[in-house]
Write a protein of this length. Structure first.
Lengths: 438, 376
């Protein structure tokens, strides 16, 4: 009885202590550390790592701020795109730590049919002037290949609209599958053009977006990112985006924090359908990486995936260009070109020069007679930035036009094609690529 | 007997499976051949079969039809793709989702009955001619005719934006602005009209109509996103600053040239004497001429925009060294006078350099290089 009485008296005190300790946990979460960190993601066979300038990622908390409405929703991939997806978003307030994803199989489902729910992760990063920005992510890793899903993100009574996306197909089980990639780059403040192009790409229902860098003019300015992501939300919330660091992203923490991508987010490869895609950082903080890190990583990646039907390389600066602003990047030609040739890469996707240009097939720096024998380099740096011109069209050039453009690349088992279009959707006949696998 | 029947039925089933798999393989290879040949009829024939490639064949046929401007056929083939995929209960719902998107897009642009197909084909034929070598004015006039004859064209606003861009490249900013004003009033998606308004402000800024640009930007506020407004505001403010600096540089050059002329006149005793002194190339100019030649030669092998600016700066350098040399030639040079001459020469070179860089639209280029470092 004495023990019971003692416990009863101690209970309020214990409850208070528990409450205080819980509050302490939340309090601790408000302390910002900028050293980055790693978190194993539940139910996924991978972890995510944040960089210096961001705090370690952690499982979403319970705090619901004054306005937890999700915004700038966009998708990414870290694991196998056949079975995994990452939804990313920010909230109107910066204090909400709670966040989840709801999802279910099927296109454009009503919110009440999204029966599966998974808790997210979140972390903050430090922008200019010491301002902290919070990013939410939700990693889902139990998806079926080649399947359409509806989802929304948020918490409590505040949820995003329902969006629809596809997972990558299992091409062994479905050899008739087709994958469609949107390809675009260099928006840099031309928000009206960027909105038009994002809308045009969305109308073609891509599976994945490849963005070749320079999304913003100054990578450290968060407002620019907000505008870029908001303009493309209908597109980026429907297809994962893979983006390479351009000279204007400048390796800013804002860039690496807002895009979930495989590996170290700089030099990485992944397979989507029939295609192996390698993304390289040609504007690294340490210029020696251009020769010491990226080329061996690219070589190893393509070597480890001989089964890939098609190979594509995306990076920012143009290896071959007639542009009068930057022109061909001779350093990249000599450092990366031999690996492109060695692995018979089908398409190299670049930006940097604000125009559209497609080369003839090249091998060893020389024009060859057909796409079967060489690589075609595409510069599509016209997603909104002010256009550049050219003086002399290089002998390597197949077609050049100073125009705002985007492209869709369609990969099937036997064919790889590309169509290019202007912001109003009119086709650019000179921007058509086609290759049949022999 | 039962055993024999069972064996026969098993054999029949096996034969059926072999035939089915062969048919499947044949369809795959037929599809591949027809796709690579862009044979729309063959693709439609595959679409009419019951193979797993049927819906894919309809989709491919629709794409080829769209690319050739046959929007009626493209729509019909997409409808077939959706119906085929659904009829066989295909799990390939991604294909259906995409085909539905393509159908909506084609209907929006090409019209319910494909009535805009010919206009689209003509526009897509003419647009590349605006930038290929030769005179693009003929193509521009044909596009103008197309825009005037088809005011209800769903892409009318953007067609006018393209025409405006063509005239601006041809140096006719006023005609470009007139087309952009029309584009703002034309039909089409709101995104296209917003683009026309933003482009009009950009052209006004580039053409130097900064007061009008200020007015147009004020009208755009509330309709454009904060980022677009800020971007245009930034462009306008920069243009104003550069205009002011440009005028200041011109004024400085005029003052320096006038001062040099009067100094020469005073030193030579008459305007005629000053002219005679200027006619003789001074040692400074003779010294600098080959250096300027080398600079121009080296610059011409690199970026052509930079090459033109270097050419202008080198010529200005020769002119300044010539005038300076002529001024100093006929008189005793004190330290004070040498310092004054050097300062004036530095100011003149600075002003000429700014004007050359500004006229070559290289200020942004220099700022970017300063911020990001040179291209590797």
């Amino acid at each position: 009885l004495l023990l019971q009485k003692g416990l009863m008296r101690a209970l309020p005190l214990l409850s208070l202590l528990l409450l205080v300790s819980a509050c302490d946990d939340e309090e601790e979460s408000t302390v910002f550390t900028e050293d980055g960190g790693t978190l194993e993601i539940d139910d996924c066979d991978y972890s995510i790592t944040t960089r210096y300038g961001a705090e370690p990622p952690r499982v979403s908390g319970k705090i619901i701020g004054p306005d937890p409405t999700p915004r700038v929703v966009h998708l990414g991939i870290v694991g196998d795109p056949k079975t995994t997806i990452v939804a990313q978003w920010r909230t109107v307030d910066e204090t909400t730590t709670a966040g989840s994803i709801r999802y279910a199989t099927g296109a454009n489902l009503p919110a009440d049919q999204l029966k599966n729910e998974k808790k997210g992760v979140r972390f903050r990063y430090e922008g200019t002037g010491g301002v902290l920005y919070q990013v939410h992510q939700a990693h889902v890793c139990d998806l079926e290949p080649g399947t359409t899903y509806s989802y929304q993100v948020g918490t409590g009574d505040h949820w995003s609209p329902v969006y629809t996306f596809h997972t990558a197909p299992d091409v062994t089980a479905h050899p008739d599958a087709e994958t469609v990639f949107g390809f675009v780059g260099d928006s840099r403040g031309g928000h009206d053009v960027w909105t038009q192009l994002a809308d045009q790409i969305k109308q073609r229902t891509p599976d994945l977006i490849l963005f070749s860098g320079d999304a913003v003019t100054i990578g450290l300015i968060q407002d620019e990112w907000e505008e870029f992501l908001a303009a493309a939300e209908p597109l980026f919330a429907s297809a994962p985006v893979v983006i390479t660091n351009g000279n204007h992203e400048a390796n800013a923490i804002n860039f690496y924090s807002q895009f979930a991508m495989p590996g170290d987010q700089e030099d990485f490869g992944f397979t989507y359908g029939f295609t192996r895609i390698f993304v390289g950082n040609d504007s690294p903080d340490n210029p020696s990486a251009l020769t010491a890190i990226t080329p061996p990583a690219m070589d190893a990646d393509f070597s480890e995936h001989p089964e890939a039907r098609w190979r594509m390389l995306m990076h920012h600066r143009c290896q071959w260009s007639s542009g009068s602003r930057h022109g061909s990047d001779v350093a990249l030609q000599s450092a990366w070109g031999p690996i492109v040739d060695k692995h018979k890469v089908d398409l190299v996707l670049n930006g940097h020069e604000h125009m559209f240009e497609m080369t003839k097939p090249l091998f060893g720096g020389q024009v060859v007679s057909s796409n079967q024998q060489g690589t075609v380099y595409v510069v599509a740096g016209g997603a909104g930035a002010e256009l550049y011109g050219w003086d002399t069209v290089g002998a390597f050039s197949q077609y050049v036009e100073s125009v705002h453009t985007a492209a869709v690349i369609r990969a099937r088992n036997d064919t790889l094609t590309m169509e290019t279009f202007r912001p109003d959707g009119t086709a650019i006949p000179g921007g058509v690529y086609s290759k049949t696998h022999l | 007997v039962a055993c024999i029947r069972r064996r026969i039925s098993r054999l029949a089933l096996a034969a059926l499976l072999v035939v089915a798999s062969l048919a499947h393989a044949d369809n795959a290879s037929d599809f591949r051949d027809a796709s690579s040949r862009r044979d729309i009829d063959a693709l439609e024939r595959i679409g009419a079969t019951t193979s797993p490639w049927a819906d894919d064949a309809w989709v491919e046929a629709a794409r080829i039809a769209e690319q050739s401007g046959d929007y009626v056929r493209a729509r019909r083939d997409l409808e077939q793709a959706i119906a085929t995929s659904r009829a066989v209960g295909s799990p390939d719902s991604v294909l259906v989702h995409r085909a539905e998107g393509d159908l909506a897009r084609i209907t929006r642009v090409g019209g319910e009955k494909g009535e805009w197909g010919a206009v689209i084909a003509e526009e897509e034929r003419l647009l590349p001619a605006l930038q290929t070598p030769g005179d693009p004015r003929e193509a521009l006039r044909a596009l103008e005719k197309l825009a005037r004859e088809h005011p209800g064209y769903p892409r009318a606003a953007m067609l006018m934006v393209q025409i405006a861009a063509g005239w601006e490249r041809e140096g006719d900013a006023d005609r470009a602005l007139a087309w952009l004003a029309d584009a703002q009033r034309a039909g089409g998606p709101p995104l296209d009209r917003l683009r026309a308004r933003a482009d009009r402000i950009r052209v006004l800024i580039r053409a130097g109509y900064l007061t009008e640009a200020e007015h147009a930007l004020g009208e755009l506020r509330g309709e454009a996103s904060p980022g677009l407004s800020a971007n245009l505001r930034d462009k306008l403010d920069r243009a104003k600053l550069r205009r002011d600096v440009r005028w200041a540089m011109y004024a400085l050059l005029v003052v320096l040239v006038a001062a040099a002329a009067f100094a020469m006149r005073r030193s030579a005793g008459s305007w005629r004497g000053a002219g005679c002194r200027l006619a003789r190339p001074p040692l400074e100019a003779l010294f600098f001429l080959p250096i300027a030649g080398v600079l121009i030669l080296v610059a011409s092998t690199g970026n052509p925009l930079v090459g033109r600016a270097v050419w202008a700066i080198a010529i200005a350098g020769v002119a300044i060294s010539w005038i300076n040399g002529a001024l100093l030639a006929g008189s005793r040079v004190t330290l004070r006078r040498a310092i004054v001459h050097a300062l004036c020469a530095i100011l003149a070179v600075g002003a000429a350099t700014y004007i050359a860089v500004d006229r070559g639209h290289l200020v942004d280029f220099l700022v970017e290089t300063w911020r990001e470092g040179p291209d590797p």
